[in-house]
Design a protein around this ligand. Structure first.
Ligand code: SAM
Length: 213
């Protein structure tokens, strides 16, 4: 993600607390209060400019969504989309995924989406990959039993690494596509990166994996 300095980003985020939750730790264990209903909660970790999560929230009003993004200069683009769409079932968190346990607890989350996560190809950066075992533990600890991760990437190395990481963690590999756009999978929602990389001719890999007791 190319970062542009946007000195106004912090103010814009602060002016929209109904969309970018300013105190997410207050909702730990009670996210249904933030949404005012008991719908399932799906989160996207590393949501970027928010195209995927906004379109998912439009298409599935019976599910609540949270997009999590580290950089304020990036999440403001997702905020613009959300202001435009004014969706009651989508919120954004401007936080680091390393700290998920501060904001969520067991049974808060039904599904985690990881889309085009940074590949961190150097072995010494393995721990930063969002499919590293410590992140899987973080996701497991905030999800319902049997919760699923849905993962897409164009990076073959990261995909292979992630399948091995999911498998070594004891997860069930439910669905794997080695060429999503040529598969019969229905209902795919494109992300910004997916559009860019597939237009460059890159193949898109996708899998659904499930935590097991
Ligand atoms: N998911 C989007 C897409 O497919 O278009 C964005 C993909 S971009 C390559 C990865 C995003 O994940 C970046 O915006 C980055 O800032 C965010 N990210 C990476 N590590 C993160 C972390 N630890 N916590 C929150 N966001 C993170």
């Amino acid at each position: 993600m190319r970062l542009r300095n946007k000195p106004w980003a912090k103010d814009k985020i602060a002016q929209n607390p109904q969309y970018v939750v300013p105190n997410p730790e207050d909702y730990k264990g009670k996210w249904h209060e933030a949404f005012g209903n008991q719908q399932p909660l799906h989160i996207e970790v590393g949501t970027g400019k928010g195209r995927f999560i906004t379109e998912m929230a439009k298409a599935h009003p019976d599910i609540n969504y949270i997009g999590i993004e580290l950089f304020d200069s990036v999440i403001v683009a997702a905020l613009d989309r959300l202001i435009e769409a004014d969706l009651p079932n989508l919120k954004l968190l401007n936080v680091n995924a390393n700290d998920l346990a501060k904001y969520f607890t067991k049974n808060d989350v039904d599904r985690v989406y990881l889309n085009f996560s940074d590949p961190w190809p150097k072995t010494r950066h393995e721990k930063r990959r969002l499919t590293y075992k410590d992140f899987l533990k973080l996701y497991e600890d905030i999800m319902l039993d049997g919760g699923e991760i849905h993962f897409k990437t164009d990076n073959q190395g990261l995909f292979e690494y992630s399948l091995m990481s999911f498998s070594a963690y004891g997860m069930l590999l439910k669905f794997i596509s080695l060429d999503l756009h040529k598969s019969d999978f229905e209902g795919n929602m494109m992300t910004e990166y997916e559009q860019k990389f597939s237009e460059q001719g890159n193949r898109i890999y996708r899998c659904e994996v499930k935590f097991q007791p």
